[in-house]
Design a protein. Structure first.
Length: 406
């Protein structure tokens, strides 16, 4: 009898839950408060950004999530449920989520696996199921889960716990893991989260570290690329490397912004905008709205681009695409414009690590379509000779879609 009883108890143990599937077939696209506003956020800001997302055409270009980062919190109520700051969000999160949904968009929120968030707001440690339930009740669609104040917390357990909690809360919620790559989540988090940060925080600079006295640094665009570059074998449909949110429109030059955006697309990175969408220049809009470039990021093959080689100061990147096309980008990270003599036969490569696909420039001819001028520029040639000379501007890119077999 006792044995039967314990067998029954075992049989009713819950099966270990897995993350919500089908939320990240391509890298997530949206906007977040943090890069531009930090803690200066409110219901009005979020609503204004949601309106701008629709009016600017960004929603129709694929940007879906409106994410509230740190500093939205009020206190926990008498039962331990988290509330929103009543001054910043006087009508509460549910009303805000309804508004965002009415615009055809989704709402994201932010918490932390530790005792407090990075800005000192209440963390989720010890409240994981309750917080997940609260977000689900509010109608939240996305959770960024940070890693400050986590002394003695095991990362794998903490992220599994919140993933299980989100699953149990019953509403499909995207889980964006943000532990900065410290415990190599790409090795263990495929079943747990939909994306994981691979870098420390980005800052709005093309190529430098911003070192803080407290002992941590922020990364420029090039530093983020260098970290993320080495991890392509770990990303794919449903789980993406995240080199942090975009700084386009926040103060870099137009060519730096273009290079930043292009490289995020080449690396199949999440495209989370970080500028003030209510007030942006035509140049910024043209960059973040480049649908042909977005299509490189969102390509259904789901392969992160390959940093194939460096030559004369330039970086050469290839990304295999569905249907046999390739995206090809020459990145010039230097302070000088560089002339490049392009011989396609220098780039007969096979992506052995991930897709197993080959460019086959010796036997295949591709149409060469310029992703920034939106013009076709001839075709690749089978001959072993310099096919074209091009100038790659300082801190800029030349980026082509190589269209297969036509
Ligand atoms: C950490 C994260 C950032 C941002 C801040 C908020 O630094 O990495 O992306 O969320 O916390 O405090």
């Amino acid at each position: 009898m006792i044995i039967l009883g314990s067998m029954l108890a075992l049989m009713t143990l819950p099966v270990k839950a897995q993350k919500w599937e089908g939320l990240a077939d391509t890298p997530q696209m949206g906007w977040s408060t943090w890069n531009k506003f930090q803690g200066n956020i409110s219901e009005d800001v979020i609503k204004g950004i949601a309106d701008a997302m629709v009016e600017s055409g960004l929603r129709d270009a694929g940007y879906t999530y409106i994410n509230i980062d740190d500093c939205w919190h009020g206190k926990r109520d008498a039962n331990g449920f988290i509330t929103a700051d009543p001054k910043k969000f006087p009508n509460g999160m549910k009303t805000l989520a309804d508004y965002v949904h009415s615009k055809g968009l989704k709402l994201g929120i932010y918490s932390d696996a530790g005792t407090a968030t990075c800005a000192g707001e209440p963390g989720s440690l010890g409240h994981e199921y309750q917080d997940a339930l609260q977000y689900a009740r509010w109608g939240v669609d996305y959770l960024k889960y940070d890693w400050c104040n986590t002394t003695n917390v095991n990362p794998q357990c903490a992220y599994q716990l919140i993933s299980d909690a989100l699953r149990a809360a019953g509403r499909p919620i995207f889980l964006s893991m943000c532990e900065w790559g410290s415990s190599r989540p790409w090795k263990w988090a495929r079943q747990i989260g939909h994306s994981w940060r691979t870098t420390p925080d980005i800052w709005c600079d093309f190529d430098s570290l911003r070192v803080f006295e407290a002992g941590y640094s922020q990364f420029g665009v090039m530093q983020c690329i260098a970290y993320n570059d080495t991890l392509r074998q770990y990303a794919g449909k449903g789980y993406w490397n995240d080199p942090d949110m975009l700084e386009v429109g926040n103060g870099m030059t137009e060519n730096e912004d273009r290079a930043h955006f292009t490289m995020w697309c080449m690396m199949a990175s999440p495209l989370i905008l970080g500028n003030d969408l209510r007030n942006m220049s035509e140049a910024t809009r043209n960059i973040i709205m480049n649908k042909e470039m977005i299509a490189i990021d969102q390509d259904t093959l789901g392969v992160q681009g390959l940093h194939y080689c460096d030559r004369d100061g330039l970086q050469f990147w290839f990304k295999p695409l569905a249907g046999g096309d390739w995206a090809f980008t020459i990145l010039n990270p230097t302070r000088q414009d560089i002339t490049c003599c392009l011989n396609w036969q220098d780039f007969n490569l096979t992506d052995r690590e991930v897709s197993k696909l080959s460019t086959d420039f010796a036997t295949k001819v591709y149409k060469v379509y310029n992703l920034w001028t939106h013009k076709q520029e001839g075709k690749t040639t089978l001959k072993n000779k310099v096919d074209r000379k091009l100038v790659v501007k300082s801190r800029d890119v030349v980026s082509y879609r190589l269209i297969n077999g036509k």
